[in-house]
Design a protein around this ligand. Structure first.
Ligand SMILES: [Zn+2]
Length: 149
């Protein structure tokens, strides 16, 4: 009776009262896509897979990009961000040293089931001393594809 009663009480509480515990409903394996629409890489599409946990106010995760930076092989990435309701801001850091100086900054909306998100991203130029390209802009899409690995 004890365990069931506790679970029921937790389930009936507003999610904001559960922080900082991560509700397992919001953890999962996600796939992501970054479509560059403005900048020197315009037209490029970068993809990644990541385990992502989403609480009432925080987002964190880690994963791998296999196609960015070009030629890097599997490039580890880490994600951290904030959530307010369905609004999210997420920073994606690529470990490859050529692009590690600046994160992709994603700003968008999470669906109410926490299974998809979409919006816009910007990333500053990775070599501002040699270049004044202004960085890259584009659209992002995230989709939950299964449980965490
Ligand atoms: Zn540049």
């Amino acid at each position: 009776m004890g365990t069931f009663a506790m679970t029921t009480r937790l389930a009936n509480r507003p999610v904001t009262e559960l922080e900082p515990a991560i509700d397992p409903r919001f953890s999962g394996h996600w796939t992501g896509k970054l479509d560059v629409t403005q900048g020197i890489a315009s037209g490029a599409i970068f993809t990644f897979n990541a385990d992502i946990s989403i609480t009432s106010d925080l987002i964190e995760g880690s994963g791998v990009s296999s196609d960015f930076p070009a030629g890097a092989g599997d490039c580890p990435i880490s994600l951290s961000g904030q959530r307010c309701g369905t609004a999210i801001e997420l920073h994606i850091w690529f470990e490859d040293k050529r692009v590690a100086a600046e994160p992709f900054v994603l700003v968008g909306e999470l669906d109410t089931a926490c299974t998809a998100a979409a919006g816009d991203f910007h990333v500053e130029c990775w070599c501002p001393d040699e270049c004044d390209c202004g960085g890259q802009d584009g659209d992002f899409h995230l989709k939950k594809i299964g449980p965490s690995h």
